[in-house]
Design a protein around this ligand. Structure first.
Ligand code: KIV
Ligand code: ZN
Length: 518
C-alpha cells in the first residue's frame, strides 16, 4: 500500500527571515524560492505581505516566478492583512492565504487584549474572507501549546466549518516535549468533529532543542504537514529544520507511515544558498548539512567505513547533495558555460549587462583561484546583487600590515556617497585595524555582535566567507563578504553591514502588532 504524503511547508522566507539580521532582498528571496522549488517543497511561505512595501513586492515576485510549489503569504485575522496577502499572491499559479491569531490565555489577555469569544469571531471572519479570495486557506492558532484544549477544539471546529483547508498547531514558544506534542495532535484530531475535512499541520520552535522531535511526534499522531525552515533558521532558537525532518522520514521508513516529495540531492545546495544569503553560517556538527555531518575522524570509524560504509553511516552524503558541488568551471570557461551553470543553480540573469558584470567577477576570481565550485558561483552572484543595489559606501582599496612585535595597522580608502576618503588606524589584529579604520571614516556608532569566518570550499586557496552582525538602535543586520583574502572579505562584510544598517527597512513583525478586525 502506498504511503500518505507528508506536505513540506517551508517558511524560511517568512519565519526564517525573523532571525536577527536575516532580512533578505526581493532578488534574494526569489533565488531562495527557486531553490526551494527545485527541492520540491510543497508550500513556500514567501512572506508577510502587509509587513512593508518590500515584503509585499517580495511575495508578489515569488508568486510570479514559482510555478510548481504553492506560494503562501501570512496574514493576521484582519481584513487589511488578508486583502493585502491575496493581492500579493495574485500572480501565483497555486496560492494559499495563511491567517493566524493567538489562542492562549496569556496572549489573548496580555497581547491582544481580546476575549476568547472575540478571538473566535475574528478567526471565523478571517477564514471566511480568505476563502472568498483563495480556495486554499490555512489557519494557525498561535501559541497553541499553551492554549486550553477545549477552546482550541472550538476554534478549530469553527474555522474548518468556515472553510479552512489546513489547520496548523504551533508550538510558538518551543515549550513542548515530544510525547506531549504527539498526544496533543492525536487528541485534537480525535476531538474536533470535522477534523477529517482539513489537513493537520505542526509548526515547532526550537527553544528547548526539540523542534524536530516534536514535529515528528505530531506526524506519528496524524499531522500531514510540517512547517520548517532550511538550516532551522527562524525566530529566536529557530524552527524545525527541513533537512532533519525530511531525512528522518526518508531514513526511517520503517517507523513513519508517510513520505515526502522532496528531492534530497538539493538539500546541501539549498542550505549553502540560504547560509550565504542570510549570513547565518551552518555549525560544522549540524545534522545532514554541517561540514562534519559525514566526516569520520576516529581511526576505528574510518576503518569500519572503508570496510563497509553502513557500519557508521545511516545516510549517504551524495543522497543529500554533498559532492554535487563538483568542480564546475575554471579560468578557461566561457561565458556560455558560466551562464548555463548559474541557470542550473536557479539564477536567471535579467539582462546581458548583468551577465557581463557577473562574468567579469568570475574571471577575476578565476585568476586568484583556479578551481571554481558551485558555492563560489553562488557567492559571486550574491556579491554582484549587493554591488547592484548601489550601496552608498564601497571599498576602494585597503592594505593591512601585521608583523611580529608591532601593532597591526591598516590603511583603508572608501567611497562614501561618491567621495573617496582615506584613513589609517591601528588594532589588535589586522581585521580589528581595518574595522577601526572603516569606523573612523563612517562613524556608524554600531555595536559588533558577531564576526565569523568560514571557508566556502576546502583548501587554502578557498574563498573566506565573513559574516559581520552589527546592532544600532535596536536594529540588527548581517553583512556578508567573500574573498580569497580573509582581511579583504572582512572589510567587505563590515561595509555591507553598515550599508544595510543605513538602508530604510522598517517592517512590521507578525507576532508583535495586531489591529482587531474592523
Ligand atoms: O510560531 C508561530 O506561531 C508562527 C505562526 C504565525 C504560525 O510563526
Ligand atoms: Zn513561528
Amino acid at each position: 500500500m502506498s504511503k500518505q504524503q507528508l506536505i513540506i511547508f517551508d517558511t524560511t522566507l517568512r519565519d526564517g527571515e525573523q532571525s536577527p539580521g536575516a532580512a533578505m532582498t526581493q532578488d534574494e528571496k526569489v533565488r531562495i524560492a527557486l531553490a526551494l522549488e527545485r527541492l520540491k517543497v510543497d508550500v513556500i511561505e514567501a512572506g508577510f505581505a502587509i509587513a512593508s512595501p518590500g515584503d509585499f513586492a517580495a511575495v508578489q515576485a515569488v508568486a510570479r516566478e514559482v510555478r510548481e510549489s504553492i506560494v503562501c503569504s501570512l496574514a493576521r485575522t484582519n481584513v487589511a492583512d488578508i486583502q493585502r496577502a491575496a493581492e500579493a499572491l495574485q500572480p501565483a499559479r497555486r496560492k494559499r492565504i495563511h491567517t493566524f491569531i493567538a489562542t492562549s490565555p496569556i496572549h489573548m489577555e496580555m497581547k491582544l487584549r481580546m476575549s476568547p469569544e472575540a478571538v473566535l469571531e475574528s478567526a471565523i471572519g478571517a477564514v471566511k474572507l480568505a476563502r472568498t479570495l483563495s480556495d486554499d486557506v490555512e489557519f494557525s492558532a498561535e501559541d497553541a501549546v499553551r492554549s486550553d484544549m477545549d477552546f482550541l477544539c472550538r476554534v478549530f471546529e469553527a474555522v474548518i466549518k468556515a472553510g479552512a483547508t489546513t489547520i496548523n498547531v504551533p508550538d510558538t514558544v518551543g515549550y513542548s516535549v515530544p510525547a506531549q506534542w504527539g498526544e496533543r495532535m492525536r487528541s485534537l484530531i480525535e476531538r474536533v468533529p470535522n477534523s477529517h475535512k482539513a489537513v493537520w499541520s505542526t509548526h515547532c520552535h526550537n527553544d528547548l532543542g526539540m523542534a524536530v522531535a516534536n514535529s515528528l511526534a505530531a506526524v506519528m499522531n496524524g499531522a500531514r504537514q510540517v512547517e520548517c525552515t532550511i538550516n532551522g533558521l527562524g525566530e529566536r532558537a529557530g524552527n524545525a529544520s527541513l533537512e532533519e525532518i525530511v531525512m528522518s522520514v526518508k531514513t526511517r521508513q520503517d517507523v513513519f507511515d508517510v513520505e515526502t516529495r522532496i528531492d534530497a540531492t538539493q538539500i546541501v545546495p539549498c542550505s549553502r544558498l540560504v547560509s550565504a544569503i542570510t549570513g547565518y553560517p551552518v555549525q560544522p556538527n549540524k545534522a545532514v548539512v554541517g561540514a562534519n555531518a559525514f566526516a569520520h575522524e576516529s581511526g576505528i570509524h574510518q576503518d569500519g567505513v572503508i570496510k563497509h560504509r553502513q557500519t557508521y553511516e545511516i545516510m549517504r552524503a551524495e543522497d543529500v547533495g554533498w559532492g554535487s558541488n563538483k568542480l564546475t568551471l575554471g579560468k578557461l570557461s566561457g561565458r556560455a558555460a558560466f551562464r548555463k551553470r548559474l541557470e542550473e543553480l536557479g539564477h536567471r540573469f535579467r539582462s546581458e549587462g548583468e551577465l557581463a558584470e557577473a562574468f567579469a567577477r568570475f574571471k577575476d576570481l578565476a585568476d586568484k583561484k583556479h578551481e571554481i565550485f558551485d558555492e563560489d558561483l553562488q557567492m559571486l552572484v550574491t556579491q554582484a546583487d549587493q554591488a547592484r543595489s548601489a550601496e552608498p559606501i564601497t571599498l576602494v582599496s585597503m592594505e593591512a600590515l601585521s608583523k611580529t612585535g608591532t601593532r597591526p595597522v591598516a590603511k583603508v580608502a572608501l567611497s562614501v556617497d561618491g567621495q573617496v576618503k582615506e584613513v589609517q588606524a591601528q588594532g589588535d589584529g589586522p581585521v580589528d585595524a581595518v574595522f577601526a579604520a572603516i569606523e573612523k571614516l563612517v562613524v556608524s556608532k554600531s555595536r559588533l555582535l558577531l564576526y565569523s569566518v568560514n571557508n566556502i570550499t576546502t583548501g587554502t586557496d578557498a574563498q573566506g566567507e565573513v559574516t559581520v552582525r552589527l546592532a544600532r538602535d535596536g536594529r540588527i543586520v548581517n553583512g556578508l563578504g567573500a574573498d580569497t583574502d580573509i582581511v579583504i572579505a572582512s572589510a567587505k562584510a563590515y561595509i555591507n553591514a553598515i550599508n544595510r544598517l543605513d538602508a530604510p527597512g522598517e517592517r512590521a513583525h507578525p507576532q508583535r502588532e495586531f489591529e482587531p478586525t474592523p
